[in-house]
Design a protein around this ligand. Sequence first.
Ligand code: BGC
Length: 761
Amino acid sequence: MKLNFFAFAVFAVSTMTTGATTKTTVVTGPPVPVFSQSSISKAKKLLSSLTLEEKIGQMNQLTITSFEKSPGVLDESKLEEAIVKYNIGSILNVPGTGGVTPEVWGKLMAKIEAISNKTDKKIPILYGIDAIHGSSYTAGATLFPQQIGMAATWNTDLVEQGTRVSAYETRASSIPWVFSPDLDLPRSPVWSRLWESFGEDTYLSKSMGVAMVKGFEGDNVGDKYNVATCIKHFVGYGSTVTGRDRTPSIIPDRVLQQFDLPIFKAAIDAKAKSIMISSGEINGTPVHASKKMLTTILKEQLGFQGMVLTDWQDIIYLYTRHKVAKDNREAVKIAINAGIDMSMVPDNYTFYNDLLSLAKSGEVPMTRIDDAVLKILALKYELGLFDQPFVAKPKDYKKFGSTEHETLAYNAAAESITLLKNNDGILPLSKNKKILVTGSTANSMKFLNGGWTFTWQGEKADEFEKDELTILEAFENKVGKENISYAQGVEIFKEVNIAEAVKKAQSVDVIVLCIGEHNYTETPGDIMGLAITEPQQKLAEAILATGKPVVLVLNEGRPRTITDFEKKTKATIQCYLPGSEGSRALVDIIYGDVNPSGRLPYNYPRFTNSLQKYNRKYTESLGDEEQNDDADYQKSYNPLYEFGAGLSYTTFDYSNLIVNKKEFGTSDTIEVSVTVKNTGKLTGKEVIQLYLRDEIASITPEVKSLRGFQKVNLTSGESKTVKFTLNPQDFQFVNEAEKWVAEPGEFTIKIGNLTKSIELK
Ligand code: BGC
């Protein structure tokens, strides 16, 4: 029972650092200046000299492929028409059929620059690219784990360093702007872009998102090694009811405020320069058509002052798909008046023509157009596009694709790979064991990298990465071909030679079964069921039936259900989509040269229709014992592996959980410390996770919520005391009146298996 209920809304932005993690809580605040005064003044001056046509032109973004005669062959007259006649502001995408070298990028940029220099105002083109796990549209770039793997490292420093490499290699490709990071909060593991996110938790996503914004933008986004971010996809994109891409989301405002918006708010406070809007609808309103989302919430409540970009063709989709506008003209009017600054059109002048007509008729006010163009120009000034060389000089980017960068990608993969099960300590394996490597994902770079790799869907990774090692090759490289036999067994969707795999299994000591998902992103990655594909299940069952010990290696963008056969594996390892160095990291973990330290950034479901999050409500996780005794009840919360789970080859012991106050007030901070000791024989990294529970609250409380984490490295026998600071906002939630509140009563702090209660007076 709760007494003296009182509430307070929070208006100030508060940022603080807790060990390795920066926390920014609070969802209402003053405008966050993302451009310098100098950029804004220059932009204003230029803006005042532009004709209406020039202004409208700046708001257009077109794909480079719309200026090609055939893939990779530029139609310069079309490009010239776009830049000189239509004054377009931005171009996106990779030319030709995918991944081009920095030299090719440089030549393209030189052409673009030469054409924009022919225009009256010589406004540089803002080129943007999907640099999703590295500069992933550039041949030879360093490819990191996809974001879900970066989240699994639980190491924000490493993520920031890795992102710096992506920024460097993107600038080496003469590109100053990236459509990253992805700040979506997927609510269903079915969603095809789960792997582009940081997983299911707001706090983890927020911390990782800030690390990436800092890594990309640095202190000065105009520096030749930094790029501007475009955080995406604002908002609710990952929450579709069906789990399928670009289908409706239903998100109560209270829930949006508490779980989705804080991730964007933290990135906005970290000064992210631009934002991309979600292609989806929330509660029946497409976000691109929502003045509430784009102006009231994004610009006024969250204080975002950067540039707002649509997603691909999303203004057109307002009338062709969403049916909230009768034609393109109406769609343009709705979207621009809602708060869009730039349209990813992406390949025609319908947006240009209709916006021009709407501006002339006054249906879109000039103040709105000036506001949009000011942001676009300010971003160009901020990036130094007006006064820095447009084309990167190779001598400035000697580290492009270097061993130094590759090592960081390796470290990220090594810290992301998550050991979920290790029965009888089967791992690490000794190097003289005979191994059968089998499975659909064992021998291709496509599955290690996933989508957004040289091409949109990532189907060409093997072509581009002949020098990189597949899992099979990494095994052969590590312990010699004589110790490794191979039979593919299956492709993802098709049987190949299961019988041969079973036969080869007879003469080995251990089987490494590599299964998972094909390369995909967005709607092409939609699935109708979460279970891993049938041919792969069949191979797994056949291999397990041999009775030989099986090490299951999962190589997948989302957790596909594997429950029936996974029970029988000796070890299970989640690799996610670990990037080009992933196979080496995996094999080093399997043989014990690296001690695994990844932790799951989501709940791994046991059943396809039981997809609760770790921060479930009590009613979602009642056990037998809490039900009536007049019937049998199934355990209702029972993920196969829980958020935060992951094993090491050493053991850690937690002691001395100390909280500096037993009682506290609403403006107090709380200091928490805990001692962690490596009680095993090997050096290892532990992720210390701090969870909070509000015992009784007016909105049904979550069973636990992550409020802090730190990753520490401990040698055998070493112990460290780790400190956390909880700030007043950590105790708050959004109540029924949609206010952030902390309610008096008991809270429980949990680290490892230790807990402490404190009381808010
Ligand atoms: C995706 C975005 C991406 C954009 C540009 C869209 O289809 O949803 O995430 O940045 O294309 O390639």
